[in-house]
Structure formats: structure tokens, C-alpha cells
Design a binder for this molecule. Structure first.
Ligand code: NAD
Length: 418
């Protein structure tokens, strides 16, 4: 996000003025395999949420003899709480384009697609304008900068389905089919777009590539956590004084993010809970906020880095209602392909609705846990797992919030009020 608010970086001249498009010139002097090695040595891990080592993913696609190869940028960020890719797409599109040209060259892919979430119409116009500028200046198209390197880039807008952020559903959608996930393996690196080797990388991941080429893998690997280095974007929302997107070294603690960078809890209330990496990552109690936010350390504290979408809840928030809100989202977004997800999430929503409306019954919490266990690990894609994680982690950490709704005293109060 360097210079992102100092200048209009959507203008190619401004981007170049601040050093843009110099990494591509450096990369074009390197062998494709050397770029892959550089990315491997940098330690870069995927920023979409799963944290898979980027260089390793690239090397799998590069080693597959099938041709052509494709590069897809997953710009369908839809995980509730996640809005970290938006500033790159809307304010620094050339950084992403430069990252994609370098990645395309490294993979020997001549075609790239940006699969953009339907809810980002402003980004579509900005990206298309920037792509046109890059074509006009010879950075996209055939024989880039006089070299025998071709790379063509297109923007494809989704229609507002969360499931199309899942890479196999995304590829189906890009092929013009209904966006539904497929079982992996085969992974897209071997059988992706049009059944050819395809690398799907998140916006933020690709935006790191020019910087790695510019400063070199060794310098990059010294930023942030040694196990998963680099800068990380955190989108912070909820009850903090200054919500927004923050670029910080990987491994910055949740406490520092909330209290130093976001100014602490709004109205100086008490912190009740934090979801650290988007709605699908387990909710944490306040005693866990000294966790370093990276892919390796977060599991030790009982959660995951996910997409780095920090959602903060103060003492006044009813977490049972947040859980219900999340379940309505998952029910609405389930693609319906597999039964545990399609049916089970609706059941969990119905039980939560009963609990939150004061009609909860003894045994409802156990029933919720049981249904969630019949979804987790039994679906084609992680959407069902995400819903199960919400129910299980909310109940494990904040069971009393649900019990209060179910307790006789509470039900009586509701009935009297009614
Ligand atoms: P995954 O672990 O299945 O895969 C991660 C990536 O690594 C994929 O590109 C996959 O193809 C590749 N990969 C994994 N193992 C491989 C292998 N053996 N060989 C080749 N390639 C391999 O995870 P996923 O389903 O892609 O993503 C799940 C994550 O997405 C969750 O952790 C969640 O945090 C995140 N998420 C993010 C958003 C968002 O808006 N950013 C939305 C929903 C979910």
C-alpha cells in the first residue's frame, strides 16, 4: 500500500513515477525457473486464506507438461469481514497487473484472468482502464518490451456468489458453467481452467511479486515472521475506534492491531471476542489476543490467520445473534451441491433462530454441535466447514451466551413481555 494515498496510482505515469513496472524489466532478464526459485526462497505464502507456499504451487504447474498454462487472479474476496484486496484493486491496479505479468512469464502462461467479485463494479472500470494503459505501453500483449514474451489479461466479473471464490467453483464459472466446487485432487495446477495447468492466486499474493523481484528473496524473507514472512494486509471491522485496512508485518499480534493501530475498543468498552481471519476462522476470547497473526502461530492459539479479516466484538454484543447472522449468510451462499451443507446449515440456522427468539429448548446446544459434526469434513468444499467452525467455536468459547437465551428465566421474561 506504499504511496497508495499519496498519489493517484491508477494512472500509469504516476505508478511508474514511484518505481512501478521496474520489477517486470528486471524479471524479463531472469529465466522463468529462476523467478519461481526466487519466489520459493522468499517464503511467500498465499494470502487468500489457506497460506499454501506460492513458489511451490507455481513449480507444480510449471512441471506439468500440458500446455497452454493459465494464471487466474482470485479477486472474489467474499469472506465476511474481508475487504483487504479492495484497496489494491481500486487504488493500485498496476501493482496487481505488474505482479500478474511477472507471474505469467514465470509460469510460461500467455493468458491471465482477474475473476472479480460482482459487488466490486468500481474496481472493474479501474482495472479495465489500467489494463488498456498497460497494453498501449507494451507491457501487455505480444512481444512484451521486445522480448519473446506474450501475456494477455482479461477481467471477468462474477455475479455475486460467495462460492465462486472457491477456486474450483471459480474455474467452473469462468468456463461459463454453474459455479459449483469440485473435489480436489486433481488440483488446478494440473487440471484447472479448460483442464489445463492453472495457477489460482489471490490479489494480495500477486501484488507481493513485484516487491519480491525488486528487493530480492533474502531481504523479503526478513520481513515479519521467519516461518511465513512478508507484509500482510489486515481488514479490521467491528467495535474498534479506527476500522480499516492496515498493512503490517506478518506476525503482528492481534493486541497490537486492535489497541495500537485501530485505537482500541470504541467508547473504551471491554473486549468480548475477536474473529481473527474472516468468519470461517474460530472466534477467540480476549486472553488469546497476544497471538502473532501468521499461518504458523495462529493454530497454536486455537484459530487461523485466514484472510486476515479481524472482526472485533465489545462487551455489549450478543454473540448468539452474531452466530445466527453468520448461519443465515452460509445458508444463503451454500451452492446446494452436497447434502450436509445444503440441508445441515439450514437446520443450524433454524435452531439458532429458535434459541435467539427465546423459544430455545434444553438440548438445543448439543443438537447444534451434533449437526455441525455431520457437516465438518463431509462436504466438497470448505463452505460447510466454515459454518461448522462458527457454531463449534462460538459454543466452545461462549456457551453461556446461548444458555442465557435458553434459560427458563429468560424464556419466562420473553413470554411475559409478549
Ligand atoms: P486449500 O488448502 O484446499 O488450497 C489452497 C491452495 O493450495 C489452492 O490453490 C490449492 O489448489 C493449492 N493446493 C493445496 N494442496 C495442493 C497440492 N497438494 N498440490 C497442488 N496444489 C495444492 O484451501 P482453499 O479451499 O483454496 O482455501 C480455503 C481458505 O480460503 C480458508 O482458509 C479461508 O480462510 C479462505 N477463504 C477466503 C476468502 C476470501 O474472501 N479471501 C473467502 C472464503 C474462504
Amino acid at each position: 500500500m506504499k504511496n497508495i494515498d499519496r498519489s493517484d496510482l491508477t494512472d500509469m505515469d504516476e505508478y511508474i513515477k514511484f518505481g512501478g513496472y521496474s520489477a517486470i524489466l528486471k524479471a524479463l532478464e531472469m529465466k522463468p525457473s529462476d523467478i519461481i526459485d526466487e519466489v520459493k526462497r522468499s517464503g511467500l505464502r498465499g494470502r487468500g486464506g489457506a497460506g499454501f507456499p506460492t513458489g511451490m504451487k507455481w513449480s507444480f504447474a510449471a512441471a506439468d507438461p500440458k500446455k497452454p498454462k493459465y494464471l487466474i487472479c482470485n479477486a472474489d474476496e467474499g469472506e465476511p469481514g474481508t475487504f483487504k484486496d479492495k484497496p489494491i484493486l481500486e487504488k493500485n491496479p498496476h501493482l496487481l497487473i505488474e505482479g500478474m505479468i511477472i507471474s505469467g512469464y514465470a509460469l510460461q502462461a500467455e493468458y491471465g484472468y482477474i475473476y472479480l467479485r460482482g459487488e466490486y463494479p468500481k474496481a472493474k472500470d479501474i482495472l479495465e482502464k489500467a489494463i488498456k494503459q498497460a497494453y498501449n505501453r507494451g507491457y501487455l500483449g505480444d512481444n512484451i518490451h521486445g522480448k519473446e514474451v506474450n501475456f494477455h489479461l482479461y477481467v471477468h466479473q462474477g455475479a455475486g456468489a460467495y462460492i465462486c471464490g472457491e477456486e474450483t467453483a471459480l474455474i467452473e464459472s469462468l468456463e461459463g458453467k454453474r459455479g459449483q466446487p469440485k473435489i480436489k485432487p486433481p488440483f488446478p495446477v494440473n487440471e484447472g481452467f479448460l483442464s489445463k495447468p492453472t495457477v489460482v492466486n489471490n490479489v494480495e499474493t500477486l501484488a507481493n511479486i513485484p516487491y519480491i523481484i525488486e528487493i530480492g528473496a533474502e531481504a523479503y524473507s526478513k520481513i515479519g515472521s521467519p516461518e511465513c514472512p512478508g507484509p500482510k494486509l489486515f481488514s479490521v471491522s467491528g467495535n474498534v475506534k479506527n476500522p480499516g485496512v492496515y498493512e503490517l508485518p506478518m506476525g503482528t499480534t492481534l493486541r497490537e492491531i486492535i489497541y495500537t493501530h485501530c485505537g482500541g475498543i470504541r467508547d473504551d468498552k471491554k473486549l468480548k471476542a475477536v474473529i481473527p481471519g474472516g468468519i470461517s476462522t474460530p472466534i477467540l476470547t480476549p486472553d488469546k489476543i497476544d497471538c502473532p497473526m501468521d499461518f504458523v502461530n495462529m493454530p497454536k492459539y486455537g484459530s487461523m490467520l485466514g484472510s486476515g479479516a479481524v472482526m472485533v466484538f465489545d462487551e455489549t454484543v450478543d454473540l448468539a445473534k452474531i452466530c445466527l447472522r453468520a448461519m443465515k449468510f452460509f445458508e444463503h451462499e451454500s451452492c446446494g451441491k452436497c447434502t450436509p451443507c445444503r440441508e445441515g446449515i439450514g437446520w443450524m440456522r433454524a435452531i439458532l433462530e429458535r434459541i435467539c427468539s427465546g423459544s430455545g429448548m434444553a438440548g438445543d446446544i448439543e443438537l447444534l454441535i451434533e449437526v455441525s459434526k455431520n457437516i465438518a469434513g463431509k462436504t466438497f468444499c470448505p463452505l460447510g466447514d466454515g459454518a461448522a467452525v462458527v457454531v463449534q467455536s462460538f459454543i466452545n468459547n461462549f456457551r453461556q451466551e446461548f444458555e442465557q437465551h435458553i434459560s427458563k428465566e429468560f424464556s419466562k421474561e420473553i413470554k411475559v413481555a409478549a
